[in-house]
Structures are given as structure tokens and as C-alpha cells.
Ligand binder design. Structure first.
Ligand code: P6P
Length: 339
């Protein structure tokens, strides 16, 4: 197979569907070029590990009340710096910033889009050398908006133009959707280019693997407890198969595994976090991952509603997340409908 670079793949002529031959195609190509450059820089920072001592925690806390590790802040700054180069992005929402970042006027002359991101998801894994990632989502900037406000980000996930993640694992990968399927690219560290290695990723409809933090069992709602009980009973219960379990505590790593070999990922509502609305953030975790998963033939739900249909009410809104192999997500939803 001849080598296709990230730049070639997302150049206008490669884009299929409505993006081709439109200004959107060239806009996507420009923005993804900046995102790729940011992820290469973040990959190099993450790979330095303990050599540069950026793994310690800073005194500061982010809006989530989590102690900010130095890398969280460094990667946030890299993502902002790289993604205000194209002039196409009017504002950004980051897990690390309380409020939206309005791009300086001189950098948003032709701004038409909004960027939301989690610069280093799973960062608590950094000092134990487990895979972490960056997650991003691109929305249209509402017509006539020059300097975006909070409410301009409150668009349902179905409005996303593009979404993706970088996985800093045994190799660095970018996985992207622009609404016409999902494609994976692997970083060639010699050429510093992402190369197409996983064209048209599709999630197997069936699976025997679930991913959930079992320590929260007693806090879950009954439908989730019932669903997991029956997975654990395997062929001795009502399910016709035995299950395997995985939990990396890094959403990007879990979603990537599911894209490659199937599975169901669950961070459901639990009584400990009910007041917050859930664990994972809608704008820059649940929505981009749900867009990717649905584009790869999977399902993405809170258990009660499709995640991409939710109209956000807050920048750092949290939601329950159940996503992955369609048959299992549908079944988990059915458990929520049972009386
Ligand atoms: P727990 C990482 O902090 C994260 O936001 C997701 O990447 C991950 O799936 C989840 O939290 C892990 O949560 O409660 O198992 O530490």
C-alpha cells in the first residue's frame, strides 16, 4: 500500500462526501494540520517523562478541582498556541480553563469555528507511564459571532464538524472523523509525519469485553448493576457468552481498544458523583468520542439518551457515558427501560 500522509489524506481532493471541493475541505485541512503539529509537540513532552520533572503536581487546581500536573498546563498552552495559527478558530474551550479562551483579534480574521479540547486526558497516568491522550472537537462558530461567548459553545454534539484524539501509547496515533468514517494515523518519529495506518475503522457490533471501574459498583444505578451482574454470570446466567474486563483509567486508551477490537466502555452515573451530573465532560470528552464511535458503527448513550443529542448547559458539563459495540450499548439502554 503506498504511503499516504495525514496532510495528503485531508487535502481537499481526498475528502469524500460534502466536504470535498468546498471551503470546508480546505478549512478542515488547515485546522487538522495545526492540531497534528500540536499533538507531535505534546507527544515529545509526554515522552520526556521523568527526565524533565514535569510530572509533579503544580500547586494550582483546575476548574474540576483537580490538582493540575505540570504537563496538563504545558500541553494546554501548546494546544492553544498551535491552534490559533490558522485564523479559522474564534475561541477555545479547554478542560484546563474555567472560561472560554477568545483567540486574539489578529489571529481570528476569518474565524468560522470553535475548538474544545482536553489537552491531556488520563494525566493521572503520566507518572506511572500508562497511555494518555488528547481529545478535541470542532464546532461551527455561530453566524456573526466575532468574539465567542460561553453560550456559543452550547451546541449539541450532532453539530460537530470534526473530532479526534491523539493517543500517546506504545506509538503515537491520531484518530479522526470529519463525518465520513474514522481513520487512524501513526506518527513516524523519523519524518515527524502521521501516516495512514488504520483506514475506515469499524467497531465490531458484538463484543465479549467490558470496561468499567468496578470499585464504584455499590454506587451505580440498578440498570448498570444488573447489566454488569449478567456479564459476570456469563454463560451461567442469561447471557450466551462469558466476558472479559479491562480498565486502563484512560478514556482515550479504552476507546482506541474498542475501535480496534470492539468492547463497551462505561462511566455511568453513580451516587457519589450524581450532584456533578457524571464523571466525564460532555464538550471535550463525551461528544468527540461519541462522534468517532458512531462514525465507526458503534453506539454512544447516557443509558437513557443519545449523547450527541444533548444540548449543553455548561462548559464543563458532565454526563454518564456508555459507548462502544452497538449490540451491547443497545442492551445497556434496554436495561434502563426495564421497570
Ligand atoms: P477513574 C481520566 O481522568 C478520566 O477522565 C478518563 O480518561 C478515564 O476513563 C476516567 O477518568 C478514569 O476514572 O474513576 O477510574 O479514575
Amino acid at each position: 500500500m503506498s504511503k499516504v500522509t495525514f496532510t495528503q489524506f485531508f487535502s481537499a481532493q481526498h475528502l469524500s462526501g460534502t466536504e470535498a471541493n468546498s471551503s470546508l475541505a480546505s478549512d478542515i485541512s488547515l485546522m487538522l494540520g495545526d492540531i497534528a503539529r500540536a499533538c507531535i509537540r505534546i507527544s515529545k513532552e509526554v515522552n520526556k517523562g521523568a527526565l524533565v520533572g514535569t510530572m509533579g503536581s503544580l500547586e494550582s487546581e483546575n476548574v474540576q478541582g483537580e490538582v493540575q500536573k505540570a504537563l496538563d498546563v504545558i500541553t494546554n498552552d501548546i494546544f492553544i498556541e498551535c491552534n490559533q495559527q490558522s485564523g479559522l478558530i474564534a475561541g477555545m474551550a479547554s478542560e484546563e480553563l474555567d472560561d472560554p479562551y477568545v483567540v486574539p483579534e489578529q489571529n481570528r480574521k476569518q474565524a468560522k469555528y470553535l475548538l474544545s479540547f482536553d489537552p491531556l486526558d488520563g494525566s493521572s497516568n503520566v507518572n506511572v507511564n500508562i497511555s494518555v491522550g488528547t481529545i478535541f472537537s470542532i464546532l461551527p462558530c455561530p453566524e456573526g459571532v466575532i468574539a465567542p461567548h460561553l453560550e456559543d459553545f452550547f451546541q449539541a454534539g450532532t453539530a460537530q464538524i470534526c473530532a479526534g484524539y491523539a493517543l500517546y501509547g506504545t506509538s503515537t496515533m491520531l484518530v479522526i472523523t470529519t463525518g465520513s468514517g474514522v481513520n487512524g494515523f501513526t506518527l513516524d518519529n523519523e519524518s515527524n509525519e502521521f501516516i495512514l495506518t488504520h483506514p475506515n475503522l469499524q467497531i465490531p457490533i458484538e463484543t465479549k469485553e467490558f470496561a468499567i471501574n468496578m470499585s464504584n459498583y455499590r454506587f451505580w444505578e440498578a440498570p448498570i448493576q444488573n447489566y454488569i451482574d449478567e456479564c459476570l454470570q456469563g454463560v451461567e446466567g442469561r447471557r450466551d457468552k462469558d466476558f472479559n474486563m479491562r480498565w486502563v483509567a484512560s478514556m482515550v486508551a479504552e476507546v482506541h481498544r474498542i475501535l480496534i477490537r470492539g468492547g463497551i466502555f462505561m462511566y455511568p452515573m453513580d451516587s457519589k458523583i450524581k450532584a456533578k451530573g457524571g464523571k466525564l465532560r460532555l464538550l471535550y470528552e463525551a461528544n468527540p468520542m461519541s462522534f468517532i464511535v458512531e462514525q465507526a458503527g458503534g453506539g454512544a448513550s447516557t443509558g437513557r439518551v443519545r449523547i450527541l443529542d444533548i444540548k449543553p448547559k455548561a462548559l464543563h458539563q458532565r454526563v454518564p457515558v456508555i459507548l462502544g459495540s452497538k449490540s451491547e450499548v443497545d442492551l445497556a439502554e434496554a436495561y434502563h427501560k426495564r421497570k
